[in-house]
Design a protein around this ligand. Structure first.
Ligand code: RFL
Ligand code: PHB
Length: 388
């Protein structure tokens, strides 16, 4: 099999890249390890920046987004009795959109056949070959049959644990910060306790009240990394959430059966370089942010925006400059999103290594945010997404 660009991974990065290339008539194939069902039911992000919704609109894959996406014009940062509303709309003129990553993924997969975008699901043993030469290839096994795809370029959109980053030689550089806690999340078909997201720092640590729709809520609390899901009954988690949000929210926390419950570790991570020969990394394969700023999926989308432009320029006009400049362009935005996610994580969580001094710094910082429109604007413009 031969194609122009072979994409590893059918997450948001791979699917968006595939569609952007197909929209310009460029041949590409996506190779995904998991089944379609698995990919479509993974529960992850919920907040889309304008840059991400713009991409979906540019592709014309926005019917459900327009009908079901919830416009969010602000959010709350709370610490004890201090409650600051960041009026994103008033401060930036823009808003974010609540629309689940699960829904984005479903929409992109559903639109693929009509646009000539082939996705090969359940491809095992994906192996990358000859990216430094002029004829790279990807091998995988599907239904027991080994297949090779020859391509001009390989896009590594295979997330944090995929093979692409590992295919880059050992002189790559990792910048990393692991946090000693994770987020225990619950998704349930109950109305949200507040119309806007509430990020809350409390005695027992961080908690987030989020949502997917007017009838579906998503909540998280900070737990130690050593915490096990088995220790948390649904009732125990609802009790905890009620304790945290009853004083902050405009409505009671309504309990419901968990559609999903999981613990996700928090990590800040950047890998450089994002290019090795004809292999390019995009999304979580090259970087991870802690979810506190809701940046991960949006950063995957902005990487792909740059990478698609560069591949299109090469494939249509033979112009290599875009590919040469891809990493530098992408990293500027990546590092700023890393900074914001790290800042908000430190401001809103109880870090085990922090003492009374750091705690006073958190209180002073949020007091300052409360009193300074300049600080609020800075937070708002990062939250809504820095311009491309
Ligand atoms: P993905 O989504 O991980 O997709 C990678 C795909 O590659 C496949 N793959 C392979 N395919 C073939 N062969 C192999 N050997 C392969 N190995 C892996 C995988 O099966 C998968 O389909 O990466 P991508 O596309 O870069 O997208 C990144 C986002 O998924 C991620 O950054 C966000 O979910 C992060 N995130 C959030 N981001 C936001 O922008 N806003 C949010 O509100 C937000 N909340 C979150 C989050 C992530 C969370 N978790 C679970 C980590 C909340 C949570 C709890
Ligand atoms: C979510 O709804 O899953 C969500 C929202 C905001 C975040 C992280 C996750 O910062």
């Amino acid at each position: 099999m031969k194609t122009k660009v072979v994409i590893i991974g059918a997450g948001p990065a791979g699917l968006l890249l595939g569609h952007l290339l197909r929209a310009e008539g460029i041949d590409c194939v996506i190779v995904e390890r998991q089944s379609r069902d698995y990919v479509e039911s993974r529960v992850r992000a919920g907040v889309l920046e304008r840059t991400t919704t713009d991409l979906l609109r540019r592709l014309g894959i926005d019917e459900r987004l327009n009908a079901e996406g919830m416009v969010e014009e602000g959010f709350i940062l709370a610490d004890g009795a201090q409650r600051v509303r960041i009026d994103v709309k008033a401060l930036t003129g823009h808003h974010v959109t609540i629309y689940g990553q699960t829904e984005v993924t479903r929409d992109l997969i559903a639109a693929a056949p009509g646009r000539g975008l082939e996705i090969i699901f359940e491809a095992g043993d994906v192996a990358i070959h000859d990216v430094v030469g002029s004829a790279p290839s990807l091998r995988f096994v599907k239904d027991g049959i080994a297949t090779t795809i020859e391509a001009e370029y390989i896009a590594g959109c295979d997330g944090f644990h995929g093979p692409s980053r590992k295919a880059i030689p050992a002189n790559g550089r990792e910048y990393q910060r692991d946090y000693a806690f994770g987020w225990l999340g619950i998704l349930a078909d109950v109305p949200p306790c507040h119309d806007e997201l509430i990020y809350a720092n409390g005695e027992k640590g961080f908690a987030l009240a989020s949502m997917r729709s007017p009838s579906r809520s998503r909540y998280y609390i900070q737990v130690p990394l050593t915490e096990r899901l088995e220790n948390w009954s649904e009732d125990r988690l609802w009790d905890e959430l009620e304790g945290r949000f009853a004083p902050l929210a405009s409505r009671p926390v309504v309990r419901g059966l968990a559609l999903e419950m999981s613990i996700a570790p928090l990590r800040s991570y950047v890998f450089e370089p994002m290019r090795h020969g004809r292999l390019f990394l995009a999304g979580d394969s090259a970087h991870i942010v802690p979810p506190t700023g809701a940046k991960g999926l949006n950063l995957a989308a902005s990487d792909v925006h740059y990478l698609a432009d560069a591949l299109i320029a090469q494939c249509i006009r033979g112009d290599e400059a875009g590919l040469d400049g891809y990493e530098a362009k992408a990293l500027v935005r990546i590092w700023k999103a890393e900074r914001f996610s790290w800042y908000l994580t430190k401001l809103m969580h109880r870090l085990p290594e922090d003492g009374p001094f750091e705690r006073r710094m958190q209180i002073a910082e949020l007091d300052y945010v409360a009193s300074s429109e300049a600080m609020q604007r800075s937070i708002a413009e990062n939250y809504v997404g820095l311009p491309l």
